[in-house]
Design a protein around this ligand. Structure first.
Ligand code: ATP
Ligand code: MG
Length: 420
């Protein structure tokens, strides 16, 4: 008796998904909308490394953040270097900006598209490998830049035809006004310890502003009267905050103020914003960003104002209608000897050169080949037998209405192109 050995199937890592054709079509839609919109604002694409030194993120994102404390994929490589799969794009962009010596080259407007990695609990719209489309604008300090960057983010979701999204804004103050606010907040939170979840209690000292965006409903209930940053802004931050709103109003961008937006990363100041939907549960933030004026300096560069955002490609794709993968327009069916097969291959090639997506049914019986044409749902079949081959023609069959006619390959091509 032969013993059957069962081999355990190798699966992808939990929270890391394959992009199959239909899904990738949606990702491409998101990317292509971003490219169109961003180019109108003169943002240029950069392609930055996926692997970065671990300390880049520890230094920029902050040790107390979820990302650095528990979500980074990091390892020591064979040369004993501490390496990390990037969890986000801003830190790497700033590193690249500094490394290229661009701090004296005026304004830089960058965007990127790529995979990010965070070891968090996988859920719908929350993956361990996901893609972000991000934009970073280096060198502009005023609220006009903020209004334009927020407008660009809004135009992106608008171009994708997404409805029921809200742009929410907040100000996080600056190193001048935040410490005073933080003290008030900590005092308030200490009075609430009996009502807050363990994570919030732990954060009161390490990262009190993060408590404000705790997702636990009971916490939110007891945070309703928490002091808000926007009531504690210094004059400069306040005029920036007013300027941002004036800019958004001038551009007719609808927004609402959400004093609970704090951003999970340490490096933000002043403007913080999110574009949210109520259709993805706890994964409702499709795009998030803000100003990070201190980051370039904290990574060793000169003081440089900057603002940026990142959108989650998979989350945006979840909001798009389902799409079909690319379909061929023509199936080439060949019936006959080798000369017929070779002629049919040349015809298929001619069609492709003219920009018509064509598949070859591979010869064999008519039944088998028509079955392929059916499955592929091509609107046309070009059939070539020995007679057609001798007269230099093909049978052009319209699969939608069943009509067919003998044509030269050029005539058939025109028929197909005219079909739109
Ligand atoms: P969340 O509050 O949902 O965890 P975040 O504040 O951690 O988001 P950012 O670091 O600001 O997110 O990233 C910007 C955007 O990237 C998010 O708004 C979201 O659309 C997307 N994103 C972040 N983490 C993930 C993930 N694990 N899976 C899929 N998309 C993600
Ligand atoms: Mg997160």
């Amino acid at each position: 008796m032969t013993k059957k050995i069962t081999v355990k199937k190798i699966q992808s890592i939990r929270g890391i998904h394959d992009g199959l054709p239909e899904t990738v079509c949606q990702w491409q839609q998101v990317e292509s909308a971003a490219r169109t919109v961003f180019s109108r604002y003169a943002f240029n694409e950069v392609r930055l490394p996926i692997l970065e030194p671990t300390h880049l993120f520890v230094r920029s994102i902050g040790e107390q953040t979820d990302i650095v404390a528990k979500e980074m994929y990091h390892f020591v490589d064979q040369g004993h270097d501490h390496i990390c799969l990037r969890p986000e794009g801003t830190a790497g962009a700033v590193r690249a900006y500094l490394q290229a010596g661009l701090t004296r080259s005026g304004l830089q407007r960058w965007f990127y598209v790529g995979a990010m990695f965070r070891r968090e609990r996988p859920q719908k719209g929350r993956l361990r490998q996901f893609q972000q489309i991000g934009a970073e604008f280096f060198g502009a300090a005023g609220p006009l830049a903020d209004a334009e960057v927020l407008a660009m983010a809004w135009q992106l979701v608008h171009r994708l035809g997404l409805q029921h999204l809200t742009l929410e804004i907040n100000s996080l103050g600056c190193p001048a006004c935040r410490p005073g606010y933080r003290e008030k907040l900590v005092l308030f939170l200490r009075q609430q310890t009996a009502n807050l979840c363990p994570t919030c209690i732990q954060r009161i000292d390490s990262n009190p502003m993060r408590v404000l965006d705790c997702k636990v409903p009971q916490c939110q209930q007891y945070l309703q009267d928490a002091p808000e940053v926007i009531s504690h802004l210094c004059d400069d931050c306040n005029s920036h905050w007013q300027g941002l709103q004036a800019g958004l109003t001038a551009l007719s961008i609808p927004y609402c103020i959400n004093p609970r937006i704090v951003r999970g990363l340490d490096y933000y100041n002043r403007t913080a914003f999110e574009i949210v939907t109520d259709q993805l549960g706890a994964q409702g933030t499709v795009l998030a960003g803000g100003r990070y004026d201190g980051l370039v300096e904290s990574l060793g560069g000169p003081a440089t104002p900057a603002i940026g955002f990142a959108a989650g490609v998979e989350r945006l794709a979840l909001l798009l209608p389902e799409t079909m993968a690319e379909k061929a327009k023509v199936t080439m069916v060949a019936m006959g000897n080798e000369a017929v097969i070779l002629a049919s291959m040349r015809h298929a090639d001619t069609l492709r050169q003219a920009g018509i997506a064509t598949i070859h049914a591979g010869g064999g019986t008519m039944k088998r080949q028509m079955k392929i044409a059916d499955r592929e749902q091509t609107p046309f079949c070009l059939i070539i037998g020995e007679d057609e081959c001798a007269t230099g023609q093909v049978m052009c069959k319209n699969m939608r209405n069943g009509s067919q006619q003998q044509q030269t390959i050029t005539q058939a091509m025109n028929t197909i192109l005219q079909d739109g």
